[in-house]
Design a binder for this molecule. Structure first.
Ligand code: DHB
Length: 493
């Protein structure tokens, strides 16, 4: 363990600082054997757990990775079409709620709580011949003994990039094809997966990576899987009001941390008159924002909006919802309860967007993301080492209810934003994207993943995007399809 260096608790500088190169070398002997069963297949793996990915960690429990490598890859064997050289690397991001996440294990799950012990995404990945590299990441609630906050934006993405660099740095001795990394995450984790794929090698993260003693080299990934990514936080409030216009009742879920476990508590409320005025202002800002993006649907239609919120972006999302309903219907689901659909002879003829949104219901108060009382998880994400909660949009900062409120700088906000990074020419963008956002998800607007998908296409990525029918805010719900897509991508890519 000594080789992995730097005790962060110790005040004194190390007498013989461990050079970055040595501290980051993979030690092939330090594993424990594990096995994982998927169906009738049992895979023996070498588990390398808690491996530091930076030489000078601030939060060693989080700035680490768990690696799971099929035993056969150490004996010249193969799983399906893959061997030690060609095996793609599955990178599950365990972050939820922008909370800190320790490196994932083969039993950690992001998907719906399941009573029958269904295999996790990582277990399925191994059964299909992927190597699993599960990174940890710092999050918004971490605080050091000296009182400084250690997990504020952009800490999580810096840690994930460090993990990707660590994998490349050790490629060769370490089995797996580092040019075929597929990241996966849900919600905040989906946003980070998207951000990893949107911001590859962007110079804005370099100083933070170097300060931590991350490996030098590239941090781009090949493919992104993102479930309901809570991204585009600079415009999430605008997008939310555009979608939930006129809905005053909300049912929110406050995410907190208790004994290192994520807790969710429901808060029910009603927007007041002042909030309705702000809602209209945010909606107008969203129209202006969308229209200057210059994005297009796959058929070339410009994704624009009219002043009243109608327009082609809304039509495009309606078409995606209709397509989702049609797939559900074709799959034998009974959609009779969805009164906002017009169905004739097994065909979805029409979908009433407003009625669909009403049926899903509003979840967040207003503004839902940049709270005027600095009360949201996102406010806490954008704190600083000195300040727990800050604003991150001009809109909320100007209207803050907190007298000494601060606002995060634009660069920090952008460094957390897949939507911003993907449009920056300095980013290496993942070439394959799979984005899923449930048709009943109310955690962020449908516009957020829709614009992200369009922006990825604009950067010449192949994008598979859908709003699966009936699903709330959740991930890892279609693992067979996810891995069929992943395999297709890595083999053809
Ligand atoms: C998550 C959900 C949210 O509604 C949000 O604003 C941020 C994160 C989550 O589940 O990760």
């Amino acid at each position: 363990r000594a080789a992995f260096a730097t005790a962060p608790e110790s005040e004194a500088a190390p007498v013989h600082p461990v050079p970055v190169a040595d501290a980051l070398r993979w030690d092939p002997t330090r594993y424990n054997p594990q096995s994982v069963t998927v169906g009738d297949q049992t895979i023996q793996v070498r588990a390398y757990e808690g491996v530091p990915v930076v030489a000078r960690p601030i939060e060693p429990a989080y700035q680490a990775i768990n690696l799971y490598v099929p035993e056969v890859y150490f004996h010249g064997g193969h799983i399906g079409a893959f061997d030690a050289c060609t095996a793609p690397i599955f990178l599950p991001i365990g972050v939820g709620g922008y909370m800190p996440a320790k490196p994932g294990t083969l039993t950690s799950r992001m998907g719906p709580p399941s009573t029958e012990a269904a295999p996790t995404a990582s277990a399925i990945a191994l059964s299909r011949g992927f190597i699993v590299a599960a990174p940890g990441a710092r999050g918004r609630t971490l605080q050091a003994a000296d009182g400084l906050w250690t997990g504020k934006a952009p800490a999580a993405i810096v840690d994930l990039k460090a993990a990707v660099r660590w994998l490349r740095y050790n490629s060769g001795p370490l089995p797996g094809n580092v040019e075929r990394i597929v990241s996966n995450g849900t919600s905040a984790g989906g946003a980070l997966s998207a951000l990893l794929g949107a911001s590859g090698n962007h110079p804005d993260y370099e100083a933070d990576l170097q300060a931590l003693g991350a490996a030098p080299g590239r941090d781009d990934v090949f493919a992104v899987s993102a479930y309901c990514p809570i991204t585009n936080l600079a415009h999430a409030d605008e997008a939310y009001e555009w979608q939930f216009e006129g809905l005053r009742e909300y049912r929110n879920v406050a995410i907190t941390m208790l004994d290192f476990r994520v807790q969710r508590k429901e808060i029910v409320g009603r927007l007041d008159e002042a909030q309705l005025v702000l809602s209209a202002a945010l909606r107008a800002d969203f129209v202006a924002y969308v229209n200057q993006l210059g994005l297009r649907a796959p058929d070339g239609t410009p994704l624009t909006l009219e002043a009243d919120g109608q327009g082609r972006l809304r039509d495009h999302i309606t078409a995606l919802l209709k397509a989702a309903a049609q797939r559900a219907l074709d799959g034998g689901e009974d959609l009779a309860g969805a009164h906002w659909l017009t169905i004739q002879n097994g065909q979805i003829q029409a979908l009433d967007f407003d009625a669909h949104v009403r049926a899903a219901g509003r979840m967040k108060s207003l503004p839902g993301f940049d709270g005027l009382a600095l009360e949201t998880g996102e406010n806490q994400l954008f704190g600083s080492s000195m300040t727990d909660n800050r604003h991150f949009t001009d809109f909320a900062f100007r209207r803050s209810m907190v007298s000494d409120a601060e606002c995060a700088d634009v660069r920090t906000v952008r460094s957390m934003d897949a939507m911003w990074q993907i449009a920056d020419e300095r980013s290496t963008v993942a070439s394959r994207w799979r984005i899923r956002h449930g048709a009943m998800d109310r955690d962020t607007s449908f516009a957020v993943p829709t614009l992200l998908a369009a922006a990825a296409r604009q950067r010449k990525a192949a994008v598979d995007f859908a709003l699966p029918w009936g699903l709330p805010h959740c991930g890892d719900h279609d693992l067979d399809e996810l891995f069929a897509w992943s395999e297709g991508a890595v083999v053809s890519g």
